[in-house]
Design a protein around this ligand. Structure first.
Ligand code: AGP
Length: 609
């Protein structure tokens, strides 16, 4: 998962391209590079580190203006982060430059053949074979050479290509990894994602898989890999530039934690009108919903945890058989699937390779696909039968927060929608639940108001070398998500576990040197949680409990507590528990001086398998 940016048009200062590239840094940040064409020469600079370091190395050139360039921020797949492996990559004669996002699966065979033909390689990357193939096939037309080169490639590749031989064209290719074309008033852009072009363009074309764009300063043409021309589908960009800024918060993650109440309010107001739930792009008719027997849920990471919450909800309120698995496991299983089944996928980015693969596989079985997604125009939204957008706004922090509770809110509304159609939820109960959901954002704000208490708890618990997160029932996924949040930004080993499983192994971990987070809302499993907490206490475990306001029993057993408002329907509590656990993870990581928005080894969107 890398970030690509490209431009062709009226000259622009190098610094503005770095600004745009920085908005893609969440996609990968272990090395970066720029190349522009100026007076018939390449201006190329690469750096084995972050964009701000590259910028300081270019401080004397930030005002240099270029009419064309390609820019890249990398998440290493083949070849460690280094100067040589950073993109852009050049051909032997330094006449062609390329940036790439994806994986060329057959690069070794291609590299051997090209070396035999005399090509000289300077990097360990898979990407470099592509620029040498374009060099090999170049015969006066950059577009034709790119076409011939990509025919040799297996795998996923979004590419940006420029050449000194033809500086009036920027060639873009999209296969398996996202790439958009931004239409600006003084020039045109390519980018891996919308945030990079927000300050420069108001219109966008989402390239589809197996499309090539030939981009000039005043014209964009799109062709299919097979050669046929493709009509441009121009869409207005609805995200505002400031939506992708920190707005005064120290980290995107903290800003996005605080944006959750407004996100939930937006979702509720968009999809619930006078106690009626409507999803504009659901594309599933009532007859189909009534006939449904089974829903398969698949997603990755945090989205998978949201799906797990949905599993409890759909089983309890919709009389449906639910099966859930991570996309990377789901796609390789031999499943007993029928056309009456539905695949429900969840993805913030809409670009996660394993989730897309699962969708394509199930569609080959004729199964309908409904996807919950946060990014308009993403691949998942183009390949699903039905879509429900989460409208959480751009989520830049690598650790997903507002997207998670937004996904849960949408999934809960979906369950209520299905339950109403299947008459498994009474009208009066539906009204009561909708009323409680409508005030959930206010309850989230109550937790956000306790930020100083959480800061203190996080400081105290930062000393522990590993954590166990325990919960039961619909909050078991909350334990999984809390553990993921902590480990991915603080690098402290943390494991989410069903509390009932503790005595089947994890209790061996309990001693005074480990933190145990217990999610203990006053629900029908509360007493069981109390027993678990007593067993932990008896072994000197240090407990942070997530409890309801006014709780006494669990609090007495805990070394620290984070209070969540008591809900009438505890099934909504994961959307509150998440806020407490997100803040806890954030302040532990902050206390340890970790790189919160761009944790090591991670990237926001896993577009490679
Ligand atoms: C969550 O904090 C992680 N960044 C990661 O697990 C993420 O949820 C996962 O990669 C799925 O991404 P998606 O929602 O964009 O498909």
């Amino acid at each position: 998962m890398c970030g690509i940016l490209g431009y062709i048009g009226k000259e622009r200062a190098l610094g503005t391209f770095l600004d745009g590239l920085s908005r893609l840094e969440y996609r990968g940040y272990d090395s970066c590079g720029v190349v522009g064409i100026k007076e018939g020469n390449f201006f190329l600079k690469k750096h084995p580190g972050k964009i701000h370091e590259l910028r300081s190395g270019l401080k004397d050139f930030l005002e240099e203006r270029f009419p064309i360039g390609i820019f890249h921020t990398r998440w290493a797949t083949h070849g460690r982060p280094s100067q040589a492996n950073a993109h852009p990559h050049l051909d032997c004669k330094s006449q062609i430059a390329i940036v790439h996002n994806g994986i060329i699966e057959n690069y070794l065979a291609l590299k051997d053949a090209l070396i035999k033909e005399g090509h000289k390689f300077v990097s360990e990357t898979d990407t470099e074979v592509v620029v040498h193939l374009i060099e090999k096939f170049y015969n006066g037309s950059l577009k034709d050479a790119v076409y011939k080169a990509i025919k040799k490639l297996h795998g996923s590749f979004s590419l940006g290509v420029i050449s000194l031989k033809d500086p009036t064209r920027l060639i873009a290719v999209r296969k398996g990894s996202p790439l958009i074309v931004g239409l600006g008033k003084d020039g045109n852009f390519i980018a891996s994602d919308i945030p990079a072009i927000l300050p420069f363009a108001k219109e966008v074309v989402y390239l589809k898989d197996e499309e090539v764009a030939v981009i000039r300063s005043d014209k964009v043409e799109i062709f299919h890999f097979k050669g046929s021309s493709v009509k441009l589908e121009i869409e207005r960009i609805r995200i505002k530039p400031q939506d992708a800024e920190k707005k005064g918060f120290e980290h995107f993650m903290l800003k996005e934690i605080h944006e959750q109440p407004e996100a939930l309010k937006r979702i509720f107001s968009l999809y619930v009108k006078r106690n009626t739930i409507e999803f504009p792009y659901l594309n599933l008719d009532e007859k189909y919903v009534k006939s449904l027997k089974k829903i398969f849920i698949t997603a990755c990471g945090t989205a998978y945890h949201a799906g797990y919450v949905a599993k409890y909800f759909l089983e309890k309120y919709c009389d449906l058989d639910i099966e859930i698995d991570t996309s990377s496991e789901f796609r390789y299983r031999t499943l007993n699937v029928t056309k009456n089944d539905l695949l429900l996928t969840i993805s913030q980015s809409g670009e996660t390779a394993d989730t897309l693969a699962a969708v394509r596989d199930m569609e080959r079985h004729g199964v309908k696909v409904l996807s919950i997604c946060n990014v308009e125009g993403s691949t998942l939204t183009k390949e699903s039968d039905g879509i429900i957008f989460t409208h959480a706004g751009p989520e830049i922090g690598v650790a997903s927060t507002k997207a998670y509770t937004a996904q849960i809110m949408v999934l809960v509304l979906l369950a209520l929608y299905i339950g109403k159609i299947r008459k498994t939820i009474a009208e009066k109960d539906l009204k009561v639940m909708l009323r409680e959901l409508s005030v959930l954002p206010e309850h989230q704000k109550e937790i956000l108001a306790k930020i100083n208490e959480v800061k203190k708890i996080a400081k105290e618990f930062s000393k522990f070398g590993c954590f166990l997160f325990l919960a039961r029932g619909i909050n078991y996924p909350s334990a999984l998500e809390g553990a993921l949040k902590l480990k991915e930004i603080s690098y402290i080993p943390a494991e989410g576990y069903p509390a009932g499983e503790m005595k089947h192994g994890p209790i061996a971990l309990i001693d005074e040197y480990r933190g145990v987070v217990c999610v203990a809302p006053k629900d029908f499993l509360y007493e069981k949680m109390i027993s678990n907490m007593q067993e932990i206490k008896a072994r000197k475990g240090k407990i942070l409990a997530i409890v309801n306001c006014g709780d006494t029993q669990a609090s007495r057993l805990s070394d620290a507590v984070i209070h969540c408002p008591q809900l009438k329907n505890n099934d909504f509590s994961p959307m509150l528990v998440a806020v407490g656990l997100q803040l806890f993870a954030y302040y532990v990581a902050k206390n340890l001086g970790c790189e919160i928005d761009q944790p090591r080894n991670l990237a926001k969107s896993v577009t490679v398998e």
